[in-house]
Design a protein around this ligand. Sequence first.
Ligand SMILES: [Zn+2]
Length: 282
Amino acid sequence: MKTKIIFSEKCLGYGQYHIEGPERVKKAAEILKKLGYEFLEPEPASEDDLLRVHDVDYVWNVKKSLVDDPDTPAYDNIFEFARLSAGGAILAAKVGGFSIMRPPGHHAGRNGAALGAYTRGFCYFNNIAIAVKYLDKPTLILDIDGHHGNGTQEIFLGDEKVTYISLHRHPNYPGTGVIHEGNCLNFPLPPDCGDEVHNKILDKALSSVDVDRFEVVAVSAGFDAHVGDLASLGLTEKSYGNIGKKIGRLGKQTFFVLEGGYKGENVGKNINALIRAYENPT
Ligand SMILES: [Zn+2]
């Protein structure tokens, strides 16, 4: 396995009683360590990195722990946790790795809640957007989390360098991503649609873009579309293997950033299935 896992135990230090708690990532890290993956420690993203994506007032409010909503509490020091997670995404982008840092990011828009969503959905800074802007290359963002990445869409809508593809459960939080909008291609799917439908729609989504245009593929790798998880599309470990193969066949510089997925054991196994297939796509 040449894909490195980006992780710091520091990300386990908040939110013990929240569904987006440390256990999910701790368990995944244990599984991946046992399987022999090499781990790298990230550095926090700089303010310049954050400001390529977020407004200065919003960054300030996160810094002062002033941002609070029912899903996304204003934890003490959340700024430090959030910018270390963003730094994890940047390191993943630099080395072609997989960041399993938390908090997740794809619901965070420029100023917080995006496109009319009523909360920030456990997200503070948009990690994948920060990493994509850091590289600043023509990029295809593929979002396989079970929820629509409304923050990512808000940030990149109209950006000629970036195309955003999302497959997600609908209806569900955040309620966006029902139709294609410009460079943001949305594929809403019914709850528990299963492997076969997901597979077919992912093929359709990837064939609808000219992959040659892109230098980089950035994957918002959420695992809450796994059967029984928060946005189940009825996917299994095998499904994540199929997804990994399709990503590997694109043959591009690729990196992965964890989004959702709330059962640590599944997250760890699914990441392994995804990476193994991505590295051996034929
Ligand atoms: Zn999700």
